[in-house]
Write a protein that binds this ligand. Structure first.
Ligand SMILES: NC(=O)c1ccc[n+]([C@@H]2O[C@H](COP(=O)([O-])OP(=O)(O)OC[C@H]3O[C@@H](n4cnc5c(N)ncnc54)[C@H](O)[C@@H]3O)[C@@H](O)[C@H]2O)c1
Length: 355
């Protein structure tokens, strides 16, 4: 059955505005389920549901591993954000978020922006990622990229003995918001960066960061001569095809759900490639919106994001000692923390994880 591991899945429909959405709550064991709203044209309703289920699960694991008192949830609105996004639709969606009484807190994701959160907030208190509440330059991609960079330094220390990417060749696949800022971090850290993107303008923006930034075709990056491969576009970048092409020693990037199937972690491990679990290193954005929800403190966010270096280092040590891929260890750490969670969700519904 679809979603059998989830606490709650809500199908939202509002005919006057044309809203069709799915809100998936994987767990509220550790706290309210905070996760963004994706606005996307899915090929089918099944694809939309599957995306909401998978993304909400990843949010729960991400929050648990980052030590945050948050559950995991995610929502998808079905439609083309360029054509279908109206204030009436976003307000109707806000009403559904409010109806969950604080079990789910929404924020931005692919296809939604801070301004949309302001519209959603007309109908619900349970929203973060709002521009006027953010710090100057308040894009969550900045702390996300900073956290990925910290995770990459920890991986470098584990593989090469020093927490540095200086002189290493790093391939950044997708230079949108996160990939761009990661490239900037890598250039500052002395890495040799190769980027790719389906959008030529994004490639140009990244190349403008430094004369040393190279670019290659999207299909050429996985098999390029790299030390680190950093997927920063959509999910599934490491799949049955790319897993055999990779020449990098480390895979560490910002994209969510990088492995097309969980079993790919084992295939990477067998090839001696260290895969640093995506949700462990890309938690910076979640740390940012979680902090904002309680009143933003830039220094506190920066310190928590820098902690990703230690979280990743400890995880890699534990995984090596256990002789298993780090993604398996990370899942177990998250599951153990969730199993101990005792947050009492508001409202009449008392989800399955709350003993
Ligand atoms: N923004 C955040 O704070 C945040 C936080 C955690 C995780 N993530 C994840 O990071 C990833 C990137 O997010 P973003 O906010 O930078 O999105 P974005 O839309 O700004 O950037 C994605 C980029 O990838 C490019 N792209 C699409 N398909 C590609 C392909 N096949 N090959 C190469 N490039 C391709 C796009 O043209 C775009 O430039 C997503 O998986 C997102 O879920 C983002």
């Amino acid at each position: 059955m679809f979603g059998e591991d989830h606490e709650q899945v809500v199908f939202c429909s509002n005919r006057p505005s044309g809203l069709r959405a799915v809100i998936a709550i994987y767990s509220t064991a550790l706290g309210p389920a905070l996760g963004g709203t994706r606005f996307h044209s899915y090929a089918s309703d099944e694809d939309a549901l599957a995306d909401a289920l998978e993304l909400s699960r990843a949010m729960a694991y991400k929050a648990a591993c980052a030590g945050l008192d948050l559950g995991g949830g995610k929502a998808v609105i079905l439609g083309d954000p360029g054509k279908d996004k109206t204030e009436a639709l976003l307000e109707a969606y806000g009403g559904f978020v409010e109806s969950l009484g604080g079990r789910y807190i929404t924020a931005c994701d692919v296809g939604t922006r801070g301004e949309d959160m302001d519209v959603i907030a007309r109908r619900t208190r349970f929203v973060s990622g709002r521009p006027r509440a953010s710090y100057a330059g308040g894009d969550s991609a900045v702390p996300t990229a900073a956290g990925v960079y910290q995770g990459m330094l920890a991986a470098a220390e584990s593989v090469w003995g020093a927490p540095s990417v200086e002189g290493r060749r790093v391939g950044v696949a997708g230079v949108g918001k996160v990939g761009f800022h990661l490239t900037a971090n890598l250039v500052a850290g002395g890495a040799r960066v190769v980027v790719c993107d389906v959008d030529p303008a994004a490639v140009e923006r990244a190349r403008a960061l430094s004369p040393g930034v190279e670019s290659v075709d999207v299909d050429a990056l996985p098999s390029a001569d790299l030390d680190v491969y950093a997927p920063c576009a959509l999910g599934g970048a490491v799949n049955d095809q790319t897993v055999d092409q990779l020449r990098a020693r480390i895979v560490c990037g910002g994209a969510n759900n990088q492995l097309a199937r969980p079993e790919i972690a084992k295939a990477l491990d067998d090839r001696g490639i260290l895969y640093v679990p995506d949700y462990v290193v890309n938690a910076g954005g979640l740390i940012h919106v979680a902090d904002e929800y309680h009143g933003y403190d830039e220094a506190r966010v920066r310190a928590r994001v820098e902690e990703i270096f230690h979280t990743t280092g400890q995880l890699l040590e534990t995984a090596a000692a256990a002789g298993e891929p780090p993604s398996v260890t990370a899942d177990r750490i998250a599951e153990e923390r969730m199993a101990k969670g005792r947050w009492r969700a508001p409202g009449p519904f008392t989800g399955g994880d709350q003993g």
